[in-house]
Design a binder for this molecule. Structure first.
Ligand code: ADP
Ligand code: MG
Length: 617
């Protein structure tokens, strides 16, 4: 979208999420915040630095360092954020988690010893910041020198000062330190909304933080914070690794050894399986243990959910504490903003939504939202007008893909927000248990010409004949322009939902162009849409006819059967044609339908006969 280098003269200010596990950089223009990728196209930088064993220059920063952390425990430094601006006495609780050496520096400060060298946590963080600064400088084609950096809401003065110092060491002027939860709220533009009480639920790699913010006249105030400094996705990975190890021992002998490279592999596999299970129902684990031994097993989402349930319940304990400290009840919360990679886990979303009785905000990538908010803050400081789109009306129609690539529009453009629309759909195939819901935006009649803005699946519908499931799809656009799409199968009450920000990244000009195109293509689109409908209708009818032919069997006059088959062949030819003439197609379809009225009667009669037979005493 706006990935071309910025040509404005103003010096860019970037936003940085300096995380315990991962760090990101973003910037914001009038169309909104954007993540800056590395020249290799990576968006996330693991906050990990590996030195050579003597403690000399860093050998690797980011992914490479993280991938080999278990193999080089003494000179791979991660979680430096935990030590930032803290005294040695204050971090004794951390030491059990850190395989590298932490020593006492001047004024009792915590330092990190690698080989013969001693580093301050600020210097380690500076290596991370320097890398991100380089990504941004490459993106802008000029040196970026100014940044907004985020810190946890509970960071004290010393920790904030240490973060500023890390920036300075990296050659950055830190124009503002912002609280992570505030940044997340800014990314959702909540500052431009009505006063509200907001919970920011941040479940990351190694830490859990919950903050309650009060928004008043566009200003956020932190009411209370709570959390757990050792609770995160790593714990889930670890319990999975423990399960794998004990199963391997049970299978291949208790004395089997796990050298560092194997343990690293367990960790990598466990995390990958966990991430896959946020999307899928099952994941395959296959680990080559050498000596012709392979550990292989399937893990289901249900199994992982029972494994991680205790950790999720622990996060709710912190939420309760934050509410109590803020003297609030769960129903006093207007919005819940989800932050951190671990909030991609469906169970986490479900449990948090149930606890606060509100659909949590997940439209922005939870692991990017803090960096994006930092960029929004940077844009405010730089005086950039982020009034890209007024959201008092919905700028482009919103709908879902239906059979054959047509669009069913639920909310048409220029509807005022908030808005709600509902429509019913069904399945097309017998026994269909999954339905894909593709949400699209645009004025054109075909999905291919609209923009796909979100997709999800309604799963585990009990198998039923085609057309029987009653799938109710609801679109809700709130005052913020955030779209929630919910699908419920009414017979089984299976449900699934997704949130999207429909207009993110679209400029006014693009919106206008998409509108204009729809006028220009209106005729072609209508024909295309009509053809899709005709094809769908034809296929449905022919399937029905085949069923009826089967049912009546020999009881039908051979000439009549031949007539029906001729009519069906004619229709089939239109179905298969690349670009059939719609009127002729419609005529053939009508002819087939007329010809089969008698067949339908015969089929009903034979059904009645069967029932009578079955009902005989
Ligand atoms: P932090 O803020 O602590 O630096 P992040 O917010 O980047 O960390 O979260 C990192 C954690 O999120 C890791 O434990 C990672 O495994 C987890 N994670 C990332 N994506 C997913 C996913 N799709 N499903 C489950 N966990 C995920
Ligand atoms: Mg984070």
């Amino acid at each position: 979208m706006s990935q071309s280098p910025d040509t404005t003269a103003a010096e860019p200010i970037i936003g940085i999420d300096l995380g315990t596990t991962n760090s990101l950089v973003a910037w914001c223009d009038a169309t909104g915040p954007h993540i800056v990728e590395s020249p290799q196209g990576r968006a996330v930088l693991p906050s990990v630095v590996r030195f050579d064993p003597t403690g000399g220059a860093p050998q690797a920063v980011g992914d490479e360092a993280r991938r080999h952390a278990v193999e080089f425990p003494e000179h791979t430094i991660f979680s430096a954020k935990r030590l930032m601006g803290r005294g040695v006495d204050a971090v004794t609780g951390e030491l059990a988690y850190l395989p590298y050496r932490v020593v006492e520096g001047e004024r009792n400060t915590a330092r990190i010893a690698v080989g013969k060298r001693i580093y301050t946590p600020q210097e380690i963080s500076a290596y991370i910041l320097r890398e991100l600064k380089q990504w941004a400088s490459a993106r802008f084609g000029r040196e970026v020198r100014k940044a907004v950096i985020t810190v946890p809401a509970y960071f004290d003065d010393a920790q904030r000062q240490a973060t500023r110092d890390a920036g300075r060491i990296a050659g950055l002027e830190v124009v503002r330190i912002v609280n992570e939860p505030t940044a997340a709220a800014l990314a959702y533009d909540l500052d431009r909304e009505q006063d509200a009480t907001i919970v920011v639920y941040d479940f990351g790699g190694g830490t859990f933080d919950v903050s309650i913010l009060k928004l008043q006249n566009g200003v956020f105030q932190v009411i209370s914070t709570a959390g757990d400094t050792h609770l995160g996705g790593d714990d889930i990975d670890r319990s999975l690794v423990e399960r794998i190890q004990s199963e391997i021992r049970a299978q291949f002998g208790q004395d089997i050894a796990f050298p560092p490279a194997t343990r690293q592999a367990f960790r990598t596999f466990a995390e990958a399986a966990k991430i896959k299970l946020s999307q899928d129902d099952r994941a395959e684990l296959e680990i080559d243990l050498g000596g012709e031994r392979t550990y292989r097993r399937t893990i289901t989402r249900a199994e992982l959910e029972s494994l991680m349930r205790p950790w999720i319940d622990k996060t709710l304990e912190s939420c309760k504490r934050a509410l109590r400290d803020g003297k609030l009840k769960p129903d006093a919360i207007d919005r819940v903003v989800m932050v951190g990679g671990s909030t991609r886990i469906p169970l986490v979303r479900r449990v948090v939504g149930e606890y606060f009785e509100t659909e949590p905000y997940t439209a922005l990538d939870p692991d990017r939202v803090v960096a994006m908010g930092a960029a929004v803050q940077a844009a405010i400081l730089a005086g950039i007008n982020r009034e890209a789109l007024l959201l008092d009306v919905i700028p482009l129609s919103l709908g879902i893909e239906t059979l054959g690539g047509a669009v069913a529009k639920l909310i048409v453009r220029n509807t005022t927000v908030p808005a709600v629309a509902r429509e019913n759909f069904s399945t097309y195939v017998d026994g269909q248990t999954h339905v894909a819901i593709n949400v699209c935006q645009g004025e054109r009649e075909l999905v291919a010409d609209c923009r796909l803005i979100g997709a999800f699946e309604l799963r585990n519908i009990p198998p039923m004949p085609a057309g029987l499931p009653k799938i109710e799809v609801t679109f809700i656009v709130d005052a913020n322009g955030i779209l929630t799409v919910e699908a419920v199968e009414r017979r089984s009450e299976k449900r699934a939902s997704i949130q999207v920000i429909p207009n993110h990244g679209l400029t006014r000009r693009e919106v206008e162009r998409m509108g204009l195109e729809s006028y220009e293509h209106a005729l072609a689109d209508m024909t295309a849409h009509r053809l899709i409908d005709l094809r769908n209708q034809a296929k449905l009818d022919m399937r029905q006819i085949r069923k009826q032919l089967e049912k009546v069997g020999e009881a039908i006059d051979p000439d009549y059967r031949a007539e029906i088959e001729t009519k069906m062949t004619a229709v089939q030819r239109y179905v298969d044609a690349d670009d059939p003439e719609p009127n002729a197609f419609a005529e053939a379809l009508t002819a087939m339908d007329h010809a089969t009225i008698k067949l339908a009667e015969l089929a009903i009669a034979s059904t009645l006969r069967e029932e009578n037979l079955n009902n005989r005493p």
